[in-house]
Design a protein around this ligand. Structure first.
Ligand code: ADP
Ligand code: MG
Length: 396
């Protein structure tokens, strides 16, 4: 079941609708991180370098009221695209209308057109986000073929992905989406074993679906982050003042029973008496005092993790091991980055908003096989769910 890729299309002379994920962080109209724009360049460049006419569009933020139209104006993104791709980008400040239609119709081979934030259509009955049929058909009418390169929104059916796909003759994945399918899809469908999952982050409740799916599929699951304390408390261990979900103890018990032999928990934690970036104290998990807050996994836990990871051929990681935003509690997360970077011949995949950001900010972007560009989408994909934004892409 291979998906059609943009390079399988004959784009010459064709108007190619390209859905990208340019949902970049902005402060007062200034882009603070343009990684997502850079990540989409290969697909856009492929289209224009092969004589296609690129019609590029994305959502930006959420649009609920008039004020959001100003806040989420995508004009600065079009400007940044122009700088990065080093070619003129014709920008149309509307999501539908005569100007957009004329600009699309008059686009030349190798030219780029970008239009306004697709979610401007949400102001009137959430047309984009609820996949309004008329809107998808309208956007499809502006081009001839459709390329989806927006993984971050692939878990939601919108007019700008499945709506368009339903109304064009050919749909392909962009190179970025292709990479997500190859790595995350590969881990879900045909993992090379041993297959080890590492889960951390804030809450068990955010990750129930993933834990359950991985209990079926992975050979071992390493647990870190705040979620470990819910598992410890479920076993009657005193977790002190650590972050813990009291209402998920029964669930944690169930998962522990189901995952007997598969779930591997830390043996020590770096803890503190207050939530501040001061050096912590390493304690065995069973030795926390009432006012101890576990904020990272400890060095012995990393040794345990290293043993489990030795020889792994597929590793999927979601959720930081500790409060990595504070340098005194980043060692566990850095340690796991190191372990992944040093695994030979393994597919190492990081999915999840904060874990991806952690690996990138800590300098491990080039040392793992794949860092996913989608937080929620990568979680749902790992759960084994069908993502509408991938399902709508033609098979070869
Ligand atoms: P992701 O976005 O990768 O799925 P989450 O959103 O689930 O990850 O969790 C990330 C957050 O979890 C981070 O902000 C981090 O500070 C927090 N966190 C991790 N470990 C702990 C801990 N022991 N105590 C409190 N917060 C933690
Ligand atoms: Mg997160």
């Amino acid at each position: 079941m291979a998906k059609k890729i943009v390079s399988d299309l004959n784009v010459r002379g064709k108007k190619v609708l390209i859905r990208v994920d340019f949902n970049v962080p902005m402060k007062n109209g200034v882009i603070t991180d343009d990684t997502r724009i850079r990540a989409a360049l290969p697909t856009i460049e492929y289209v224009i370098n092969n004589g296609g006419k690129a019609i590029v569009f994305s959502h930006l933020g959420r649009v609920k009221e008039e004020a959001d139209l100003v806040k989420n104006d995508i004009t600065p993104v079009a400007k940044r695209l122009e700088e990065l791709i080093n070619k003129p980008v014709k920008f149309v400040n509307q999501t539908r209308g005569a100007e957009l239609e004329a600009a699309a119709a008059n686009l030349g081979e190798g030219e780029i057109l970008m239009f306004q934030n697709t979610r401007f259509e949400d102001l009137d009955g959430k047309k984009e986000s609820k996949n309004n049929a008329e809107l998808g058909a309208y956007w499809a009418s502006l081009g001839e073929v459709f390329v989806n390169d927006a993984f971050g929104t692939a878990h939601r059916a919108a007019a700008s992905n499945v709506g368009i796909a339903a109304n064009v003759s050919e749909t392909a994945a962009g190179f970025l989406l292709e990479k997500e399918i190859k790595y995350i899809g590969g881990a879900v469908d045909t993992p090379v074993r041993p297959y080890i999952a590492i889960l951390g982050g804030a809450k068990v409740s955010d990750k129930i679906g993933v834990i359950e799916a991985l209990l079926e599929k992975a050979d071992k699951i390493l647990i870190g982050g705040a979620m470990m304390f819910t598992f410890f408390k479920a076993q009657g261990i005193n977790v002190g003042a650590s972050k813990c979900e009291e209402d998920k103890l029964d669930l944690a018990k169930e998962l522990l029973a189901k995952g007997a032999g598969k779930l591997v928990l830390p043996v020590d934690t770096v803890c503190a008496k207050e939530f501040a970036d001061n050096p912590g104290v390493v304690k065995a998990i069973t030795e926390l005092e009432a006012d101890d807050m576990g904020l990272d996994i400890g060095p012995k836990s990393l040794e345990v993790f290293a043993e489990v990871l030795a020889g792994a051929k597929t590793v999927v990681w979601n959720g930081p091991m500790g409060v990595f935003e504070m340098k005194n509690y980043a060692a566990g997360t850095i340690g796991v980055c190191e372990l992944l970077a040093n695994l030979e011949g393994a597919n190492t995949i990081i999915g999840g908003g904060d874990s991806a950001a952690a690996a990138e900010s800590l300098g491990y972007a080039d040392k793992v096989s794949h860092i996913s560009t989608g937080g929620g989408a990568s979680l749902e994909y790992l759960e084994g769910k069908t993502l509408p934004g991938i399902a709508c892409v033609d098979e070869i």
